[in-house]
Design a binder for this molecule. Structure first.
Ligand code: ASN
Ligand code: ZN
Length: 333
């Protein structure tokens, strides 16, 4: 049967009113993004396996901003996948997670009051819980971009999810999530260097992680040290997240989009920023060209310097300040 590529309107819990790519078949629209490799969004209806039910609709107007409307979480997940697809396509020239133009899929309403979201290499899909008391779905833009980026990492460097490579894998997801958020920079979710600031995961409104000073969460590390590979990958990611902040914005106090940051350096020397776009381009090129499954912090430094040399030249100010940002997290000198 003929399928037409359409653009629907939706209202998510976090992204507000957005347009989402849909597909029309007969008189019914489906949450299948025809312009982005047919990426699909499914309703698991509390199940913890399978794909559940593809979201469909009679008028191509989806969700109402309330979590009680089943489509609302679907809108945010679909929008997150769409924004992340567009970011990789428009900024890095990458078409889809594998770079082959083929969409993956998202599943929302996983389990009961499940407070997490995850990427799974086996289904090559993203999954989102509904949060504590099924009140704050884990479907914010940065969380979606984080999970989808796990797919990009799996399809490229393949950073193993343990030891220092595991921290770099996690940081890659946080870094690209921040880049996606800044790229969209919508009034309802302006770009920031916070992770999960909208999902109220602790019940006190605080974000899950901070990139300017990762130790603000009480667990993540600001700088590299010998042995950091033995802590949880969501905390050994701290120094690389901190590298991205330092490279993007520089050390010290700064306000970006109304959020105050204050980033220290390991050696107390100042870091001059290269800018967020250069930092993201360097990280992406390092990930896709030079990092491997066992890359550690020292290897990540080398990979980004090679990437900076490719993109900007070894005599560039950008190259020098890329290295200075690594010194700021006690990697290299
Ligand atoms: N939300 C977590 C993550 O993407 C799930 C996990 O720990 N695997 O890292
Ligand atoms: Zn992750």
């Amino acid at each position: 049967e003929h399928q037409a590529i359409e653009t629907g309107t939706g209202t998510g819990q976090y992204n507000g009113q957005v347009t989402i790519g849909t597909t029309k078949s007969g008189t019914t629209w489906a949450m299948t993004d025809g312009g982005r490799g047919n990426h699909k969004t499914y309703d698991l209806k509390g199940a913890e396996d399978g794909t559940g039910t593809l979201f469909t609709d009679a008028d191509d107007v989806w969700g109402n901003g309330q979590q009680s409307n089943r489509q609302t979480a679907g809108v945010d997940a679909a929008y997150g996948a769409q924004a992340t697809w567009d970011y990789y396509k428009n900024v890095h020239g990458r078409s889809g997670i594998k770079g082959d133009g083929v969409g993956a899929y998202s599943r929302v309403h996983y389990g009961d009051s499940y407070v997490n979201a995850f990427w799974d290499d086996d289904c090559f899909c993203m999954t989102y819980g509904d949060g504590d008391n099924n009140a704050n779905a884990l479907t914010s833009l940065d969380v979606a971009a984080h999970e989808m980026t796990h797919g990009v990492t799996a399809a490229t460097a393949g950073l193993e999810y343990s030891d220092e490579s595991g921290g770099l894998n996690e940081a890659t997801s946080d870094i690209m999530a921040a880049a996606v958020e800044f790229h969209v920079n919508s009034a309802v979710d302006p770009g920031d260097y916070l992770v999960g600031e909208k999902i109220n995961i602790f019940g006190d409104g605080k974000p899950l992680r901070y990139m300017d000073k990762p130790s603000k969460d009480g667990r993540s590390k600001d700088s590299w040290y010998s042995g950091i590979g033995s802590i949880d990958v969501h905390y050994s990611s701290g120094p690389a997240n901190h590298w991205f902040y330092l490279a993007s914005e520089g050390s010290g106090a700064k306000v970006v989009n109304g959020v105050s940051y204050n980033s220290p350096t390991a050696d107390n020397l100042p870091v001059t920023p290269i800018g967020r776009d250069a930092a993201a381009r360097i990280w992406y090129r390092a990930l896709t060209t030079y990092m491997t499954s066992t890359t550690d912090y020292a290897g990540a430094r080398t990979a980004t310097l090679k990437a900076a040399a490719d993109l900007y030249g070894t005599n560039s100010v950008t190259y020098a300040n890329t290295a200075n940002a690594w010194a700021g997290i006690a990697v290299g000198s």
